[in-house]
Design a protein around this ligand. Structure first.
Ligand code: HEM
Ligand SMILES: Cc1cc2nc3c(=O)[nH]c(=O)nc-3n(C[C@H](O)[C@H](O)[C@H](O)COP(=O)(O)O)c2cc1C
Length: 491
């Protein structure tokens, strides 16, 4: 037993203890390895951190990541007067009761879910879901690109019966759409990612949970299985999104082994996150909390980095040393039978690189505008491939995400050659407050929009969609220019 007075006396960066669920943990050495940042924990140093910890970590996190000798045992309050007990950190982030969410039947499009989510999400969670990097240029590009591609509908065709089925990373999906990896779904609903797995299974589309799922991957696999047993059918599938951890190979191999054991059917390796982007809204909010908790401000990066010093990489929550050659052992560990896809590619050159490696697909993405600023939308990169290296579409499968909100957005990407489209924030917003029902309604709306637009375009099968159905002249104006000749192999 550890007394709560003891816990209170370990409240600094040099010695940091926290209480979680009645047990005391020494997290001093872990501070600089915490993917959510050291200050996130330091704010609770010497206190009860359960209320902050619980909604963002799956069961078993402490057992899996904190060495046993740092589990100091249950906290003993008996030697204290009631008034001295280590109280939970005061809840700094409760949403004052505001307007109620509209019934799901009233919502008409995926943007409506964003409005409803903002009504109920506490400020910190809203910022986490909605924020993007630096000037928001990458984030804005994602939406703006859709307005630069118009549709070219054909008429007088029988469009009564249509098919939306697509094979996505080896899985025959009912829609050309999947749920993109997004961490911490429990911020939006206590069932967290379970809502996404259930919704995806019920509509027979894939769900790709994040490495940082707030529900454990094992629970998601169990959830999928029980959804499938309920209908006596193999509906839905789970893909595994992999961030290579700081200890790269060792950590990644452990994730891959878990993914295989739990029967995840594709491995999606995120490659755009050597460091975490500078999401200013997030950082401003956390800096305010730090200031209020008396944490002394420290700049993120040294103004004069010394390449010879072996220090943790600033903003380096995951491996910053992942390279193309690492794909060899990743493929070996994952095996040949199930697809490996690289997520976070933004240039045609990197698609060429990927095609030389043994990967099954690339997933064009600027991470919803959350990583590097001024990165093109995935629609833009698709067009680059189409113009400069169209043969790549035959060599590997190309998936996309970023700013997709409408059925017509999905159709445009399919016309340019994408196999399927991922959506991140819309599904996080859809589960917020509404749970599984919200996710189901979001999928229904998207499916309805895709079907309606296809019929109005004179198309009965998603595989018929090609460049003849779009006018890309405006977006073509933005293609890299001086670069063109090199891209075409003429320089
Ligand atoms: C021991 C006390 C811990 C506390 C108080 C704590 C608290 C938090 C909080 C509040 C967040 C949300 C993000 C933020 O507000 O910055 C977070 C994120 C996270 N934590 Fe912890 N955590 C603890 C331990 C751990 C452990 C042992 C792990 C295991 C690796 C872990 C992994 C993560 C991950 C992966 C994220 C998500 C990062 C992201 O996507 O931004 N945490 N943590
Ligand atoms: C709240 C949030 C968390 C995310 N977490 C992850 C993650 O853990 N892994 C990852 O590869 N991408 C992550 N992403 C990026 C998404 O997979 C996806 O690329 C992006 O959300 C697509 O843009 P959209 O939100 O406009 O649909 C996250 C995005 C958001 C909004």
């Amino acid at each position: 037993m550890v007394t709560s007075a003891d816990v209170r006396s370990h409240a600094s960066r040099d010695s940091c203890w926290v209480i979680i669920d009645g047990n005391v943990y020494d997290v001093t050495d872990f501070l600089d390895h915490h993917p959510g940042g050291a200050n996130t924990i330091l704010r609770h140093a010497g206190k009860d951190a359960t209320a902050e910890y619980e909604p963002v970590h799956p069961e078993g996190t402490l057992d899996a990541h904190l060495p046993k000798d740092k589990h100091l045992g249950p906290v003993d309050f008996t030697q204290e007067r009631e008034s001295e007990k280590a109280a939970p950190t005061p809840s700094i982030d409760k949403k004052p009761s505001g307007p109620k969410q509209n019934p799901l039947s009233v919502l008409q499009n995926l943007d409506d879910f964003e409005i409803e989510a903002q009504k109920v999400l506490p400020e910190k969670s809203w910022i986490y879901y909605s924020s993007a990097t630096d000037t928001l240029s990458s984030h804005t590009n994602n939406r703006v690109a859709f307005s630069k591609v118009s549709l070219r509908p054909r008429v007088l065709r029988n469009v009564a019966r249509i098919s939306l089925q697509k094979t996505i990373m080896g899985f025959r999906s009912s829609l050309p759409v999947f749920i993109a990896p997004a961490a911490l779904a429990k911020l939006g609903h206590p069932d967290g990612e379970l809502c996404l797995t259930r919704g995806a299974a019920r509509y027979n589309i894939p769900h790709c949970p994040s490495t940082y799922s707030s529900i454990s991957h094992a629970e998601l696999a169990k959830c999928l299985q029980s959804e499938q047993e309920a209908v006596g059918n193999k509906r839905g599938t789970l893909f595994f999104q992999l961030y290579a951890p700081i200890n790269k190979r060792e950590g990644a191999l452990k994730h891959i082994a878990d993914a295989k054991r739990l029967n995840f059917t594709a491995l999606v390796v995120t490659v755009d996150s050597a460091v975490i982007g500078k999401r200013e809204e997030d950082e401003r909010y956390k800096a305010r909390l730090d200031h209020d908790s008396g944490i002394v401000f420290q700049a993120n990066s040294s103004p004069d980095p010394d390449p010879n010093l072996d220090r943790p990489v600033p903003r380096g929550a995951h491996s910053s040393t992942l390279e193309w050659d690492d794909l060899i052992w990743i493929r070996e560990a994952w095996g040949k039978d199930r697809p490996v896809v690289l997520k976070g590619i933004a240039t045609v050159e990197d698609v060429v690189e990927a095609a030389k490696r043994r990967v099954d697909g690339v997933y064009l993405s600027n991470h919803g505008g959350r990583q590097l600023d001024y990165v093109p939308s995935s629609l833009h990169t698709l067009l680059e491939i189409r113009l400069f290296h169209p043969e790549l579409f035959d060599k590997l499968d190309i998936y996309v995400d970023g700013g997709f909100r409408r059925g017509t957005d999905v159709i445009k990407a399919l016309c340019l050659g994408a196999k399927a489209v991922g959506l991140g924030r819309p599904f996080m917003y859809s589960l917020t407050g509404y749970g599984t029902g919200g996710v189901c309604r979001a999928i229904e709306i998207l499916s309805d929009e895709i079907q309606t637009s296809m019929r109005l375009m004179g198309v009965t099968n998603v595989d018929q969609l090609d460049m003849s159905y779009v006018n890309t002249a405006l977006l073509e104006l933005e293609m890299p220019r001086l670069h063109n000749l090199r891209l075409q192999g003429k320089l």
